[in-house]
Design a protein around this ligand. Structure first.
Ligand SMILES: C[S@@+](CC[C@H](N)C(=O)[O-])C[C@H]1O[C@@H](n2cnc3c(N)ncnc32)[C@H](O)[C@@H]1O
Length: 448
């Protein structure tokens, strides 16, 4: 793929994203599906799309001051190309002339040669503006304008939810996420795996919150890591790796993972049982998206965790009448669908796609899942509620509401030294080179 073609492809992908036709995860080609020869171009394509979304709100404001009138809807691809060009000039270490020329040439590939002089003029003007301010991209990730990279509603919600921490949350969300691995302790110790990485010349350090996490100094293709295909490791943020230590699943338990795809937490629960020499009676992993169940199956196979006691089912878990056999579960993990505001550094398109009204809609769905699944829990059993959100309406607000009308539910305090202690549950905030933003609450069902 020629450099201009990468820019044209990025503009087409972003144009589809802005038209709400998918997310970056669904619109970008997966590295695994692309020939080796194209891997560098795919890396550039991803960087252009991720980076432009990360800084979209800020770049869009700047663009408004560089053009006389907004572009027509049918030319949204040219608007995306302009943003991509501005992103390269400000945040990427590319030669300016190459960034401008290749972005201008992309107009022809989009069959919009008429936009050549527009794109050239805007980018040259932006280049001059940047040279005047001399602010580097590195400074921009930490200075006051971190908030300019977010939609106003999100900044307002975070400010009111986290008066002490909102600025730190916004800054962390503008950064590149670390690549974090989960070591399969049922197969290898973390110290031995760190040694294997060191022998392969891959710099890494152990995570501080868990006994399983390893942070790589630099991201790389997972298939190039020692032992990946043999199931020694998986890619998973450290916050998610706290789940087994809170769910406390054990020998003979019936376990439900109600929103399971792509199966990171299902697999980790099974790994930690295997490490303890225990086996669940049954593990049922549900997800509403049938096509994502295949990802769980792949992970179970790679990690050699599949077995007769592990079942997957595509269904709406808020409708137990459709899938439940009536025998109560000892443990339920409800890793609920949420705004993903705690993992914005990994999914920067959340800043573009998510609307304020989505939060209320998601909160209703979370409450429905909580109440419906509660009836499937055995007396004495535990439900772990988690989200990758930093919005309190989806987290402690949600659990407080649930507790107010569920007399047999008791919240068990999470006594640890990580995260922020709030009155119900525990909140991790996203940290530079540390875990994602995540919320956890442990609920026990008391006998009537
Ligand atoms: C946060 S993700 C789960 C991540 C997963 N637990 C893991 O660790 O890999 C939330 C999941 O909930 C699923 N989901 C959303 N609504 C659902 C519903 N009503 N019933 C079952 N799954 C649902 C989504 O398809 C998505 O896969």
């Amino acid at each position: 793929m020629k450099p201009a073609k990468v820019r044209a492809n990025a503009a087409q992908i972003l144009a589809r994203l802005f038209k709400q036709q998918g997310s970056l995860a669904s619109l970008l080609p997966r590295a695994a599906d692309v020939a080796d020869a194209d891997q560098n171009q795919i890396a550039l394509l991803r960087e252009l799309c991720f980076g432009t979304c990360r800084w979209y709100h800020r770049l869009h404001r700047e663009l408004g001051t560089l053009i006389d009138k907004p572009l027509k809807n049918k030319d949204i691809d040219i608007q995306c190309l302009l943003l991509i060009g501005m992103y390269q000039l400000e945040y990427m270490r590319l030669a300016d002339h190459a960034a401008v020329n290749e972005t201008v040439n992309a107009t022809v590939l989009l069959k919009k040669g008429w936009a050549k002089s527009l794109v050239n003029g805007v980018l040259r003007q932006y280049q001059r503006r940047l040279a005047g301010t001399l602010t580097t991209a590195a400074d921009k990730t930490v200075n006051d304008d971190a908030a300019l990279a977010y939609p106003d509603w999100m900044v307002n919600d975070l400010r009111s939810d986290w008066p002490q921490h909102w600025s730190q949350i916004l800054t962390a969300g503008n950064q590149h996420p670390p690549m974090t691995l989960r070591v399969n302790l049922s197969r290898i110790s973390r110290a031995d795996y760190l040694e294997r990485l060191a022998n392969a010349g891959i710099a890494a350090v152990a995570g501080e919150l868990t006994g399983t996490a390893v942070y790589l100094e630099q991201g790389r293709a997972v298939t190039t890591l020692p032992g990946f295909s043999d199931g020694l490791i998986s890619v998973q943020d450290e916050a998610s790796q706290l789940i087994p230590g809170l769910l406390l699943a054990g020998e003979g338990h019936r376990i439900l993972d109600a929103c399971a795809a792509p199966g990171g937490k299902t697999c980790h629960i099974l790994e930690s049982l295997a490490q303890a020499g225990e086996q669940a009676l049954s593990v049922l992993a549900l997800d509403i998206e049938a096509r994502r169940l295949g990802r769980i199956e792949d992970n179970l196979q790679r990690l050699a965790l599949a077995g007769d006691h592990v079942k997957l089912q595509a269904t709406d878990s808020s409708e137990p009448d459709n899938w439940w056999d009536g025998v109560p579960f000892d443990r339920i993990l409800l890793d609920a669908p949420c705004s993903a505001t705690g993992i914005i550094r990994r999914q920067p398109d959340v800043k573009v796609l998510r609307q304020s009204a989505d939060v209320a809609r998601l909160a209703e769905l979370q409450q429905k899942l909580l109440t419906r699944l509660w009836s499937c829990l055995a007396p004495g059993g535990l439900m772990l509620y988690s989200t990758c959100s930093v919005l309190r309406a989806e987290n402690d607000g949600q659990i407080r509401r649930f507790l107010s009308f569920t007399p047999d539910a008791e919240e068990l305090p999470i006594n640890t030294d990580w995260g922020v202690c709030i009155d119900v549950g525990r909140q991790l905030l996203p940290a530079d080179q540390g875990p994602d933003g995540f919320y956890f609450a442990v609920l026990r069902k008391n006998a009537d």
